[in-house]
Design a protein around this ligand. Structure first.
Ligand code: FAD
Length: 291
């Protein structure tokens, strides 16, 4: 079912969860064991990331199919379009439909660093082009798009970022899932601006519970996400004094505070970046309460 329709039927907030396909076939059993544990928090949907530039596209298909068929989860496949042909994207959508996957997160993706994209002749220059393509080809498909509470790193201004987010919605997106953020005021500001621009669809905040200092640094450098200086120093101190355990504890406490503030402020639900690990998600749900 279209995720936006599922959200509309709810009277209370929800969790959703994001996974990435395990890199090695040998990791699949432990991956599905983690998913089975996470099912205890009753996620509204599970999303599966897509390799940059379409690499490991089959892995995304395989995992969404199994989450849907074997685990009974509502699923959403991420799909990037940078450098892709209409044929390739069309084939991916056909396969999703054959597998009974009803939702896609329509993304541009990051262009390869060595260039090589023929932008002039590319059918997909921005995520909005992909949204338009999916909406025409699969009218009933649920379409999510990415939103950036702190603007996307390429955006020259906040207002340009909001404008192009609105464009993705105008082309047919049903809901927005945000990039991770560590200051909830950025989320509320983003939602308020979108509402002023006439957006009424759900904007689901993405939360990354910090699980280690190294992974925090890696994530910040890859995504360009902002972090309040005070939080960064707190994590650095925790890492120095107590290593991974101390960072995880501080990360847990911070995520719980963020989630409570988001729910108090009216967020429709919480999208958890799980990093394919169940323990932190289960602990958070226990502390915040089942949604
Ligand atoms: P767009 O919406 O196209 O925006 C990209 C930039 O272009 C922005 O600065 C925007 O303001 C600007 N822009 C948009 N339209 C126009 C226009 N018409 N004219 C001028 N400028 C314009 N990446 C992956 O490779 N795989 C994944 O699975 C994946 N999952 C993600 C999940 C979430 C929830 C999020 C937030 C991001 C994810 N990403 C993923 C990262 C994403 O691919 C990158 O952030 C990428 O750089 C931008 O994708 P987008 O869909 O936001 O692009």
């Amino acid at each position: 079912m279209n995720i936006a329709q599922r959200i509309a039927k709810r009277t209370s907030p929800f969790y959703s969860v994001e996974f990435f396909p395990p890199k090695e076939a040998a990791q699949q059993d432990s991956f599905f064991a983690e998913v089975a544990k996470i099912q205890a928090i009753n996620p509204l949907f599970a999303s599966v990331t897509y390799g940059a530039g379409g690499s490991r596209q089959d892995a995304t298909l395989d995992i969404v199919a199994r989450l849907k068929r074997d685990m009974g989860l509502e699923t959403m496949a991420h799909l990037t379009c940078v450098g892709a042909s209409e044929d390739r994207v069309g084939r991916f959508l056909d396969q999703l439909q054959e597998l009974g996957v009803d939702n896609v997160l329509a993304l541009r993706g990051d262009p390869p660093q060595d260039g090589g994209i023929d932008w002039e002749h590319s059918p997909f220059r921005h995520a909005a082009d992909l949204v338009r393509f999916v909406r025409r080809r699969c009218p009933a498909m649920g379409i999510g798009v990415a939103g950036y509470p702190a603007p996307h790193p390429e955006s020259p201004s906040f207002s340009s970022d909001w404008k192009y987010t609105v464009e993705k919605i105008r082309q047919g997106a049903d809901f927005v899932v945000t990039q991770m953020f560590f200051d909830v005021r950025e989320y509320f500001h983003f939602v308020e601006r979108l509402r002023e621009l006439g957006v009424t669809i759900p904007v689901i905040p993405g939360i990354l519970p910090i699980q280690s200092f190294e992974s925090l640094r890696r994530t910040l450098s890859l995504s360009g996400t902002n972090i309040p200086g005070k939080l960064y120093i707190e994590m650095e101190d925790a890492h120095r004094r107590g290593g991974v355990e101390a960072v995880r504890e501080a990360g847990f406490n911070y995520a719980v505070r963020q989630i409570r503030d988001l729910l108090d402020g009216g967020a429709p639900g919480i999208h958890l970046y799980t990093l394919n690990k169940s323990a932190m998600c289960l602990r958070i749900a226990e502390e915040v309460g089942r949604l």
